[in-house]
Design a protein around this ligand. Structure first.
Ligand SMILES: Cc1cc2nc3c(=O)[nH]c(=O)nc-3n(C[C@H](O)[C@H](O)[C@H](O)COP(=O)(O)OP(=O)(O)OC[C@H]3O[C@@H](n4cnc5c(N)ncnc54)[C@H](O)[C@@H]3O)c2cc1C
Length: 373
């Protein structure tokens, strides 16, 4: 089936597509442009080398379809499926093939048991005594093991693997593909442009205007911790915050803060907050530890709508072929492949129609744009 729309005035196959930002969003779009198209040329511009830039480089790597309250999010199963399809081309990036959502209150335990009944293939209820054994903590009320597609991913390794898969596809399909490290991409105005630079899109005097879009920037800091006792955590635990194993078995990642102000919390405040919020599920972690590193990143968090926080994806207003995928919030891993695939299809068709055919609420953010202008 050809993805080129009959009514399209632009044949994207003969054009150069410039992708600004090569994090999860930019690379998912690039991969799908290559597999569904490809155009004659794709150039990716990023301030950093592959796997080193933006929120993607510091993400916890937790891939699952549950909201913070433990319910299935909108298009969660489809998102999980599409991300796993991309993970299959980058297998060594998988750190764990399951994770635990721990219930720290009785109310959560009830909600989680309902979730386990609703999506048994993904979530299995773990009784309190078993969860207490896993966490080595007697203050938890049970939990869910999230599996069959839920994973802990080494995101920088995943992005490097995905880029390498893009290079192979480009070679196979005779498309010219380049990655240029620059903050000020010099782009021919006739090119198709895809804006996927995460928070870089909304910096002052930057590519898009922050007040116009229904989003806010949320900073996150995480701790890389070395555990000095023998109780190293083997599994990833979610409890509103997360504790996640890293490739080096003596290190864990504890994250993350949600900071709405630009004057970031001090290192002491970050340690205090994350310790307070994770002690119930991993008390041993905090008995004897060294903070090796504090990482920082900024999420583009979209406004909450009737389906929760959904990505900002589609064509920017105006006659030119300017497209955007951002607002992945804290669900970058779950949503980047699904929405990147849909966006690639629309770009190649030169029309947004296929997006609304796939999901009639997908352009929710355009209504908000109109309201603010
Ligand atoms: C601390 C933290 C932990 C997180 N943990 C998780 C998690 O466990 N699971 C999960 O699913 N999500 C998580 N997220 C969210 C996830 O990281 C984001 O949703 C996702 O990375 C967004 O991807 P993106 O490609 O839209 O933006 P980004 O990852 O920010 O990528 C943008 C890219 O654009 C580049 N760029 C910026 N400005 C310019 C410019 N002017 N010119 C050229 N290039 C530019 C950057 O270098 C970067 O490579 C976390 C986020 C944070 C901050």
């Amino acid at each position: 089936m050809s993805y080129l729309h009959a009514s399209s005035s632009i044949d994207a196959r003969n054009q150069t597509i410039s992708v600004i930002g090569g994090g999860m969003a930019g690379l998912a779009v690039t991969y799908h442009l290559l597999s569904q198209g490809p155009p004659s040329r794709i150039q990716v511009f990023d301030k950093a080398p592959v796997g080193n830039g933006g929120a993607s480089a510091v993400a916890g790597g937790l891939l699952h379809p549950l909201s913070p309250r433990g319910k299935l999010v909108y298009r969660g199963i489809k998102g999980l499926y599409e991300t796993n399809a991309l993970l299959r081309v980058t297998v060594p990036a998988i750190v764990k093939d399951r994770l635990y959502r721990v219930a720290t209150t009785e109310a959560q335990a009830i909600t989680f048991q309902l979730t386990a009944q609703k999506i048994p293939r993904i979530c299995e209820w773990i009784a309190a005594n078993e969860m207490q054994r896993i966490c080595q903590s007697d203050t938890v009320y049970g939990g869910l093991v999230l599996q069959n597609g839920c994973k802990v991913v080494d995101v920088p390794a995943y992005l490097k693997g995905l880029w390498s898969a893009c290079e192979h596809l480009a070679q196979e399909k005779n498309c010219q593909l380049t990655w240029t490290v620059t903050e000020n991409a010099a782009i021919n105005q006739d090119d198709i442009i895809v804006y996927t630079a995460g928070s870089g899109l909304f910096e002052p005097n930057s590519l898009l205007s922050a007040p116009t879009f229904p989003m806010q920037l949320v900073h996150g800091q995480s701790l890389v911790i070395r555990c000095n006792n023998n109780n190293n955590l083997k599994d990833a635990l979610l409890c509103g915050k997360y504790i996640s194993p890293l490739k080096d078995p003596s290190l864990v990642l504890v994250g993350s803060t949600h900071e709405f102000r630009d004057d970031l919390l001090s290192p002491e405040e970050v340690i205090h907050e994350l310790r307070e919020r994770t002690s119930a599920v991993a008390p041993h972690l905090w008995e004897d530890y060294i903070v090796e590193k504090i990482t920082k990143g900024t999420r583009v968090q979209s406004e909450r709508g009737k389906h929760g926080r959904l990505p900002i994806v589609g064509k920017l207003p105006g006659n030119k072929q300017r497209w955007v995928l951002t607002g992945l919030s804290s669900r970058g891993l779950l949503y980047h492949a699904l929405y990147g695939k849909m966006l690639a299809k629309a770009i190649l068709q030169g029309s947004e129609d296929c997006l609304t055919e796939l999901d009639d609420g997908i352009l929710w953010w355009k209504k908000k744009l109109k309201q603010s202008t």
